[in-house]
Design a protein around this ligand. Sequence first.
Ligand code: NAD
Ligand code: ZN
Length: 362
Amino acid sequence: VIRCRAAVAWAAGHPLSIEEVEVAPPKAGEVRIKLVATGICRTDEHLLQGCFPKAEFPVIPGHEGAGIVESVGEGVTSVKPGDKVIPLCHPQCGECSFCLNPESNYCQKSHFSEPQNLLPDKTTRFTCKGKQIHHFLWVSTFAEYTVVPEYAVAKIDPAAPLDKVCLLGCGLSTGYGAAINTAKVKPGSTCAIFGLGGVGLSVVMGCKAAGASRIIAVDINKDKFAKAKELGATDCINPQECKKPVQEVLTEMTGHGVDYSFEAIGYAETMIAALASCNMSTGICVMVGELDSGSKIPLDPALLLNGRTWKGSVLGGWKVRDCIPKLVSSYLEKKFNSDLLITHTLPFAKVNEGFELLRAGK
Ligand code: NAD
Ligand code: ZN
């Protein structure tokens, strides 16, 4: 058993509290990881606010981390102590029908099929003050050590800087892949991205890498526009400064609407606006943002009648265990610069300040 620090969410709507926790050794098929760095994603905020489906408290949040294997359980062969790894909040078991389908990155062991508040044997490896603490998406990266199933770990290049490539555990991979894999953005096309957080800015990078000629970035926080332009946006729009609904503005700017639109916020209204912004025939809208659990979208089916496509994308459509190591190599080859997404670096004990910065749009 390892004693270390972790940020525990004892109940929804409360700040995290830094506690000493006990982390049990990995059981068969599991890997214990010493985490070195983690990002903060809006999905962690959904969890803290009690809006993440099927989550349970107390819980150790965090799902965008990188670290080093400390020990492995019986039967683990793909990683060994000392390996640099990214724990995966979306697994790839390699055996289910979707993992075997080259078109799909959905694994039936993902949290959409079964909650990941406990490890697959239905027990936790975390205790604090004698209480069992839940895992989050199995990975719980807001801890100095964590235990995850082997099929939720990607071994990466030992040259990778962990404080940078942790972003590939969620935000970068999600946004970049939504453009490249899910939308399959074509060279010369037009794109619109709603929401310019870590995920939306990564969509901008993906559209640029795919050769889009016009990339229109949409956000109500104009402080995000400089970074969006640096990453490849050609135009930036603040819907609050438009006299018409933003979907009408985008349709006028492009003639019939963009070829590809993306929602990376997580609101019903912006999902509808993004859908209506792509052209009504061949337009493709990719939903990346997550709605609060239980919410619904009122949809006029006429939006889809002429052929528009509305798709969702989880972790950018990557088959994670196969592709995250390749993305890390692309990062090392400077094919994209995700370092530009890093706005602040804080010591672990200031994790609540990190959330304040996220809430303040900084
Ligand atoms: P973030 O909070 O950093 O960014 C959200 C951005 O949206 C902010 O810049 C904000 O100003 C902007 N925004 C808010 N309301 C708006 C409005 N009405 N119109 C235009 N812009 C608006 O969040 P993030 O970490 O980038 O995550 C974005 C979303 O993606 C979240 O819903 C998150 O849960 C989801 N997500 C999905 C996946 C997936 O696999 N599908 C993975 C990670 C995150
Ligand atoms: Zn995330």
